[in-house]
Design a protein around this ligand. Structure first.
Ligand code: ATP
Length: 300
């Protein structure tokens, strides 16, 4: 008799947590009421990952344009870094392919299909977003990783944790991967939370990856571990990075220099350095490795 009672008690405990999570989810959804499926929206085919921005204009509020004619194509599997001053529009550009917002005019296509013709579910299933601010719900670490793909097996969750360099963290927790985390459990560091979101992405396995690189300082060991797992994660996927770190920018296949909602220049690190322009200006201003200063007048 004890076991079923224990189970019911656990479920009763989980229920309010589930409701709280659901409320947070609704609050999130409430911020994007304009983005809905078109009546004739179709299931998106499996993405190869070519992304085309066609003369994209965007404003959060009418009369206050933030993006002014963004036009480029990103090849399937390519890694691109967006750099530019704070407020230039880098995050805004990256929030459009998953349709957190819809373009004001112009269009975005993935593999030649307008993303507004796809159902939101089939679009977002194939795009992974790793944000700075990771959402952890009040469950175990295992459950928080498994959130990346419902129905993932235990072996898959462990493999994702390994690839996200979470093994040491797990070894240090009182109940290992079954330790409660989040508000009522063990508090995790920013770096650990980021690795959980990376582990979720290994499970989700999306064709397109969007990374908002942390501006917050992490210790250099954590930093290297995160960079290594992100490099592994982005291999073979189209990757868009709001980049703040010089190493990320240098390693990108292509860099887009964004200023005042426009692409001012683009090319590889070597190409951009070889010609006078905003990128070279920035490089001159940013000595050594590490973070690129925010608020600079040139890239990132
Ligand atoms: P940073 O490097 O600081 O992250 P960014 O280049 O990513 O900057 P965005 O976050 O894209 O810049 O912001 C571009 C502009 O849009 C800014 O002026 C910002 O204040 C505005 N903005 C961003 N998000 C919203 C929002 N949800 N509602 C209204 N305005 C917004």
């Amino acid at each position: 008799l004890f076991r079923p009672i224990e189970k019911i008690t656990t479920m009763m405990e989980l229920y309010p947590r589930g409701i709280a999570g659901f409320r947070r989810y609704c609050a999130l959804i409430d911020t994007e009421p304009d983005v809905v499926d078109r009546p004739d929206a179709r299931e998106a085919p499996a993405f190869r990952g070519r992304i085309r921005f066609r003369d994209v204009h965007f404003a959060y509020q009418p009369g206050r344009p933030q993006l002014n004619g963004i036009d480029f194509e990103i090849a399937a599997g390519e890694t691109v870094a967006f750099v530019g001053p704070s407020g230039a529009g880098k995050t805004t550009i990256c929030s459009l392919p998953p349709r957190f917002y819809d373009v004001t005019s112009g269009a975005i296509e993935i593999d030649g299909m307008d993303i507004r013709d796809m159902t939101l579910v089939s679009l977002r299933r194939q795009i992974g977003v790793v944000q700075q601010d990771v959402f952890l719900f009040g469950g175990t670490l295992r459950e928080n990783i498994a959130y990346g793909r419902l129905g993932a097996s235990d072996a898959e969750v462990l493999e994702a944790a390994r690839r996200a360099r979470l093994e040491e963290t797990i070894a240090g927790l009182p109940d290992g991967i079954d330790t409660l985390v989040g508000e009522r459990g063990v508090k995790l560091s920013g770096g650990q939370k980021q690795r959980i979101s990376i582990a979720r992405m290994f499970l989700k396995d999306p064709a397109i990856l969007i990374l908002d690189e942390a501006t917050s300082a992490l210790d250099s060991v954590t930093e290297r571990a995160i960079q290594a797992s992100l490099a592994e994660l982005s291999a073979g996927r189209t990757t868009l990075i709001v980049a703040h770190r010089l190493t990320t920018i240098r390693d990108a296949d292509r860099i887009f220099v964004i200023e005042a909602g426009e692409v001012r220049d683009s090319g590889s690190h070597a190409e951009l350095l070889a010609r006078p322009g905003p990128y070279r200006q920035l490089s001159a201003q940013t000595p050594g490795e590490g973070h690129v200063a925010d608020g600079a007048t040139a890239p990132a």
